[in-house]
Design a protein around this ligand. Sequence first.
Ligand code: DQQ
Length: 474
Amino acid sequence: MTRTEFTLEARQRLANDHHRPIYHYQPPYNWMNDPNGLIHWKGEYHLFYQHNPDSPLHANMHWGHAVSRDLVHWQDLPIALAPTPNSPDKDGVWSGCAVDGDGVPVIFYTGVFPESQLAVRCSDDMRSFEKYAGNPVIAGPPAGLDVFGFRDPFVWKEADGWYMLVGSGIKGVGGTVFLYRSPDLLHWDYLHPLLTGDKNDTGIMWECPGFFPLGGDQWALYVSITPLAYVEYFVGTYRDHRFTPDFHRRLDHSGLFYAPQSFVDAQGRRLMFAWVRESRAERHLSSAGWSSMQSIPRVLTPGSGGLIQIDPAPELQTLRRDHQHVESLRVSSMGDNLDGMAGRNIEIVAEFIPESAEAFGLKLLTAPDGSEETRLVYDVTAQTLTLDRSRSRWNPGDVDMTPLSGKVPLSPGEPLRLRVFVDGSVIEVIANGTESLTGRVYPMRAESVGVDAFARGGSALIRRLALWQMASVW
Ligand code: DQQ
């Protein structure tokens, strides 16, 4: 049996699980977390990921590997990196990145324990991987600092050399990212912290950093904050290898979109994937036999007000099937507004004008008898968008059903524009281009697939709403 046949068969075995997505990447089975080593190399998108091949729980980290020519359909490849006994990664191959090292793809990752930075030379087809004999390339944090963690290298090239960020936290101070420079990708000198946060504001340790030019001399730094588990980004000026942020804010309003990684593809687009975490107890993962998924690919560009604009990669549109839509539909009740719309694996594009409503939005994954439903609610007064999961499942049973919420400010007359991707147990929402809200819900009933719209305390106008069934990528 070939590897492809083997993984397809493994996927087939789990295909009846209605919580399993059909158009978000996830491994054939068992645990996955952070995206790693994202690179567009010789026409193939490479997605490596934190993977436990032995169980659906976080342990024994390896790098899983998949490739795609179109960013949408993936082929599973053999595990790329595994721990080597008696070496700096004996306890796990943790997160990292891949770069075009002047014609040779090179991977950097964190070996544990202790945490140190390691390099890997890849073959030109990126199917074989040779760990550098001189590893680690950075053995430990800068001398004289008392830190939490030292991991998740992010590497880029500038005119005067290679630069690396490593995530950490200075005890008693806050999360930080250390900046290193190298002439050759193998010898690294510590420069200074690129940025250090305040532990009371942005957590004690920063994981999985990424740093990129947003436009002009504006750069964006994103970090995953631990132990708070959300992603923050900072925008500011970057000059002489010093970064001065003007502001910082959430990249996604929930803690379920985590450890994102971005890269530039051959079209010059900055693309991002993230780990979409689970929201249910370990016993559910053990019985499901799988855990987590990658977010949809997103394109990052400079947005209004200096923010990052987030758009679903247009390639996802190739999965659209069976289009339904409504236009100019005034909604003033709690249900029965969208006749015949349903789907568990769907994309919705909607534009709402608030009018007199106090709150309005969409119901997703609703049961025919109303026993289960998830609401995406815009509260006009509070200017918040909330994924109300309180009734997403009739028997909570160790599933987190707390609301997920974030500010989506609308100026007077401005519509709420939603891009919504529902896929089994994941709901990814991008509102008005710059606000992202990612949630997980686990309806118990396979027939909980209804879609509706609602408004409370007045009316809202749906200027247009389109819904597509999404095809499986397998
Ligand atoms: N996951 C990896 C670490 C990283 C964390 C371990 C973030 O390298 O800091 O699986 O989710």
